[in-house]
Design a protein around this ligand. Structure first.
Ligand code: R5P
Length: 293
């Protein structure tokens, strides 16, 4: 039976593309607030006997979280055989341990809430830092997809003679695999984070790459300070470009980052003016092939 795709508000365009790629029916979710601020959700489409994919990127998860849970519960109540969360960007991956006494470990709490509501989670490049896989947090089956080949193909098609640059040691995984796919060299900088918005970066000697276009690649642009600090280390090279997976660009990040690079592009995992790389096909393929970690 044809699957039913339900977008939370703000996810309609992505879900429309996904439904077309999956040859699925695109349903709808009507949401509003009661006068006292409580959330109202009404589902349009018939989930009976069907797999339902609720599409919600989680870049700003808090305001719409109850609507997400209510939508999933409604789909199940109305007869869905499986209710999946398709979250191109997955939130709450950073606070994965108690750094200070008394702190909540929000990664675990969030994972428990999602795991108790959905049958399966499909996401792209979650910020796995101290945990090796989503299974360390989530108790439901997960599909962890990687956008690096899409970034690589965009760079190959749009940047002549690139030098792929990871802004910190963690980004070696992206920079290395992107560079290998397109036959370009890569370099990795070293980052020391002093606070949410205080970042220092050290660069190796890049003088042998002066004839190449530096392309900084990263999984997330959040405060943007990592990218700004990386760009500062590329003075003297050709004008730098920047490609990220998740364009969060919180607060003034877009203004700060966009003036440091000749061009900044991102995937459409989070809706943003920098979106140039469509990752719908990555998610559609995983849903249709029922991929699991
Ligand atoms: C680092 O751990 C990540 O790969 C990103 O570099 C980081 O999350 C970016 O954060 P911000 O934009 O706040 O510097």
């Amino acid at each position: 039976m044809e699957r039913l795709i339900l977008p939370l508000p703000g996810n309609e365009a992505f879900a429309t593309r996904l439904a077309a790629l999956c040859r699925a029916e695109l349903g709808g979710l009507e949401t509003r607030r009661f006068p006292d601020g409580e959330s109202y959700v009404r589902l349009h489409g018939d989930p009976r006997g069907r797999v339902v994919d609720v599409v919600c990127t989680l870049a700003h998860p808090d305001p719409g979280f109850l609507s997400l849970i209510f939508a999933a519960d409604a789909a199940r109540d109305l007869g869905a055989v499986e209710v999946n969360l398709v979250a191109p960007y997955l939130a709450y991956m950073r606070q994965d341990k108690r750094f200070q006494p008394g702190e909540s470990v929000s990664s675990l709490s969030f994972a428990r809430l999602i795991s108790s509501t959905f049958d399966r989670l499909t996401t792209v490049d979650p910020h796995l830092h101290r945990h090796p896989a989503l299974s360390a947090l989530y108790t439901i089956p997960t599909s962890t997809l990687h956008a690096a080949p899409y970034l690589a193909d965009w760079i190959a098609a749009n940047v002549p003679s690139p030098l792929v640059i990871g802004p910190d040691e963690e980004s070696e995984q992206w920079a290395g695999s992107i560079a290998a796919r397109i036959g370009a060299p890569h370099a990795v900088l070293r980052k020391v984070r002093h606070g949410d918005r205080q970042v220092d970066v050290e660069a190796p000697d890049l003088s042998r790459w002066l004839d190449r276009t530096p392309v900084v690649v990263d999984d997330i642009a959040s405060s943007g300070r990592t990218l700004v600090a990386a760009a500062a280390k590329l003075a003297g090279m050709k004008p730098a470009q920047c490609v990220v997976v998740h364009a969060l660009f919180a607060e003034d990040a877009w203004a700060q980052v966009s003036r440091c690079f000749e061009r900044v592009v991102s995937t459409d995992s989070v809706r943003h003016p920098s979106n140039r790389i469509e990752i719908g096909p990555l998610l559609a393929d995983a849903l249709l092939r029922n991929l699991r970690d």
